[in-house]
Design a protein around this ligand. Sequence first.
Ligand code: AMP
Length: 437
Amino acid sequence: MNLQAPRGTTDLLPEQALAFNTLEQTALSVFGRYGYALIDVPTFEQLDVFVRGIGQSTDVIGKEMFFVYSMHAAEKLAAGEKLKSDERLALRPEATAGVARAVVEHNLVPPGGAPVKFWYAGSMFRHERPQKGRLREFHQIGAECIGAAEPTADAEVIIMLMRFFEAAGIPRQAMRLLVNSMGDAECRPAYREKVREFIRDQSELLCEDCVRRAETNPLRAFDCKNEICQKVLADAPRLSDELCDDCREHYQQVKGYLTAAGLSFEEAPRLVRGLDYYTRTVFEVQVVNGLGSQNAIGGGGRYDGLIEEFGGKPTPGLGFAVGMERIQLALEANGCARTAQLSPQVFIIVVGAEQVPEAFAMALMLRDANISCELDHQARSMKSQFKLADKTGALLCVILGPDELARGEVKLRVMGTGDEQTVASDTLTETIRKILL
Ligand code: AMP
């Protein structure tokens, strides 16, 4: 049997797993400075959480969900019975809906004071056609700021996102920051109608999907990857021309704060983003080179209606998510991926198998003293052990021979220079510490 990881998933081998962990550490540090606390919501939720939060007519819900059935639920389905809503489960395609659900469930909705701010990291699942930078299980880091309606909150979130990318190592000039306003319940419905009319008028030129979208969710047509559609839709009405006074003022102020912070951005009137919950500010960060059509490394926006959707009091909010795989690709494409090797600081080498018990005890002692340490459990020839030490990237080797051990000593070799010294066993930890410093 030839078992493989499912299509569209990847094994995070140690180097990538470490790189992802480093990204999470960067998030902890950058987001912490902005007052964000880590939250961890379930990987699967009731399907209704996503349907309500993300919107029935989106691709994420309409086409890309992974459902989760317990054995009991699967048997009920097979018998033609209906499932209860808490038996209809799905893997999360994104985490905002889960966080919003948690905020309402635990009554964390801020009562008019400071907003609550959370960040998260984890796997998301979408049944998309896999390609470079597009997976079925992928990893996101995201942040949500719930309880702030002011344009400073939008600007702060966008600035934090850009600071995060820079701290992760992506050069500023390698990124484009796109912003737009999607309006609100006041101005968007009329605009949506205009786009619907436009699509109907141009239906002969547009792809089937776009024509279908005119009926379900016309703004989604702007996300169509078909080049002809994109050309045709370039002449569609612009929401920026249709914003109500409040939305226009909000958008102006957000842009003003970004400019004042020295952040360059481009206005992207066609940026609508794929999820239904966005209102007013939306933004996306793309990398200029190397990622082809999957060049968005992160994006987000305001979702002032979302908390209410989950039964909370009307509460404004906004957030973003970034794709960890794509950040990694962006770092590689720009030659700034930091390769981290898990090298031990010390490798213990035995002259013969008789010294294995001492080597074993010494390794434990060094590790307990917070010094990372490795040894060859098979006690092969010294030549093989040195080779192995070299391969692991160890900085120092401790060599245990019968004569030295009899005198209470060991040899210590600095791998880079080959310098060797004899050290009393009971001062070894101290000596190693000094050298490592
Ligand atoms: P979204 O949740 O669709 O707003 O996506 C936020 C970010 O997650 C995107 O900018 C991508 O970097 C990343 N992303 C979304 N979908 C995928 C996917 N299928 N595979 C890898 N990364 C993804």
